[in-house]
Structures are given as C-alpha cells and as structure tokens.
Ligand binder design. Structure first.
Ligand code: CUA
Length: 319
C-alpha cells in the first residue's frame, strides 16, 4: 500500500489550492514518466530473457554501431533530456508559482513560530495570539512568516502548499490560499526531537464573516471566571508554575514558553493535535502531561484533587 500514507486528511494528492495543484500535477507527470521508463526496462529484460540463446543483443543483434547507439540513446540522451525537463519545470515553474513572495492586494500575514513541539501563532498588529490552529479566510492569499525558537522544524499543509523550513535565526515565507472552507491538517516535516510526530497543526479556512468573528473574539482578553470553582482555579493557575509558562491575556500570566491559553476552548485539540479538546482529555492532560506526550516541556504538578478540579473548571471557562 505505497499510497496509504497519502490518504486524507493530509494528502498532497488532494489539493485545495492553486499551489498545491501545481505540486500534485508535477508529481503525476513525474510518476507517468517514471512508469514509462520502468515499463520499457521490464520489456527489454523480458525480451532479453526470451531471446537469451541468440548471440548479440535483442532486436539490434551483434552490430557494434547499433549497440553503441542504443547505449547513447537510453543511457545518455533520454536521461539528460528527462532530468533537464524535471529540473526546469520544478525549479522555474512550480517553485516560483508556489513561492511566498509576490502578493496581490488582498492579503493577510500570520506569524508562525515552531517550538518543541507545537506552533505559536500570531496575527501581527491585531493582538491575536493562538497555538496549533490557525484560521484563514477562504480565497485570500495569506502570507505565513515562519521562524523557529529552537531547532529546525518544517511547516507543511499538504493540501494547500509545499513545505517551508523553519530555521533558527532565519525568516522564511510561504503563501496559503484555500479554494474552499475546510479544516486542513498540517505536520512538522523535519525531524525535531522525540515528539516530532506529534507536532501537527490545523488550518481552518472559513468564509470572511466567520473569520472576522473569530479574529474579534480571539483578540479579546479572557472573560473573567464565573463561579466559585473557576475563580479558585484561576488562583491555582496564577499561584503555580502554569502562569510562568503560559499567557492568559487579561491576567498577570504572561509566560511564552507554552501556548497562549486565553481562548483555549476555541481550539478543537490539545497538545498540537495529539488529543481532542474535551473535558476528559483536558483533565487527563493537566494531571499527567508526560503520559500523553512524553518529553514535552510541561511538567506534572503535584496538586490536590480539589485543585485539579478547580483548574479544570477555570480552563474550561477560557472561551
Ligand atoms: Cu517540529 Cu518536527
């Protein structure tokens, strides 16, 4: 099942943007050319086997000149032409068409920073900070500016565009543009440590009006906790290590080591798409983060059951 790894949701062969279509068209043409060469090679081998008792090569016989011609055509001319064609198409056509630089009027910029092992997402000039799930409006060219805070990662949304490496000390760009609404899955595409495989992200492409509503809600400070349990939970959060690693806008928690939690409940997943953002999974995650995703930077806290319950109530209120 060589194509099993390409099945939805993160398939390069199911493009939803012009750039991704270019990448997948290049793939199909290369596959077709490779299939022709493979079929030709197998045919020659079969012919050689069938005529193995005759002297000389099949078809051309013992003629020295014909033999040399055969080697030059199949060993030199065809490979040179094929490789030059692939090089030219890939580097001068597909690479420039999937490039992150030229942008027409309707654009949006999103900054994404790769960290071990999650994605820090912000929309410059808007106050919107989130993690692992970035929203874009459908039909708009979105400039994604990528950086790394630690090691080399690679930002890749297979259905929308090619990969772009996130290299420490360097700024790279890629353009995302979705044809239709949807949730597009992405994956870190450069080995970056033990949880590289659990460094996934999602791009939510939605109509302009819902995107605007999401931006407005996400730019706001957290809504104050309601209920005694959630208020206790906020005190537990601020009084423990949580506040030094996470930011919750509207409180004094301003840590930037872990994801911004201001609107945690607007995200569909936790731990970079490792688990769904349900009550049960969030509870399990805060009580024992190293079990779900071993090696991540979140330490287990030694809190009482009552404090964990309060913390959960508080986090569940961050909408
Ligand atoms: Cu980040 Cu692999």
């Amino acid at each position: 099942m060589p194509l099993a790894g390409c099945a939805a949701p993160g398939s390069t062969l199911d493009p939803h943007s012009r750039a991704a279509r270019d990448v997948s068209t290049l793939f199909w043409w290369m596959l077709l050319a490779a299939a022709v060469v493979f079929a030709g090679t197998v045919a020659w081998l079969a012919l050689a086997f069938v005529r193995r008792r005759r002297p000389g090569l099949p078809v051309v016989g013992e003629s020295e000149r014909a033999n040399r011609g055969l080697v030059l055509v199949f060993g030199v001319a065809i490979p040179v032409v094929a490789l030059i064609a692939v090089f030219a198409v890939a580097n001068f056509v597909v690479a420039s068409r999937t490039d992150g630089s030229p942008l027409p009027a309707r654009t949006l910029t999103v900054d994404v920073t790769g960290r071990q092992w999650w994605w820090d997402v912000s929309y410059p000039g808007t106050g919107v900070v989130t993690a692992n799930e970035l929203h874009i409006p459908v039909g708009t060219r979105v400039r994604v500016v990528v950086r790394s805070a630690d090691v080399i990662h690679s930002f890749w949304i297979p259905k929308l565009n090619r990969k772009v490496d996130m290299v420490p000390g360097k700024v790279n760009r890629v353009t995302l543009e979705a044809d239709r609404p949807g949730r597009y899955q992405g994956q870190c595409a450069e080995f970056c440590g033990v949880q590289h495989a659990r460094m996934r992200l999602a791009v939510v492409a939605e109509p302009q009006a819902s995107f605007d509503a999401w931006m407005k809600a996400t730019a706001a400070d957290r809504s104050p906790p309601t209920g005694a349990l959630a208020r206790t939970g906020e005190r537990v959060f601020m009084g423990n290590a949580c506040a030094s690693c996470h930011q919750i806008r509207g409180t004094r928690a301003s840590g930037r080591i872990g994801p911004d939690l201001t609107h945690l409940m607007r995200r569909a997943s936790l731990a970079a798409l490792t688990i769904p953002n349900t009550r049960g999974e969030l509870d399990r995650w805060i009580r024992d983060p190293q079990h779900v995703k071993p090696g991540n930077r979140m330490p287990g806290l030694d809190l009482s059951d009552a404090d964990y319950d309060a913390l959960l109530a508080y986090l569940r209120g961050l909408r």
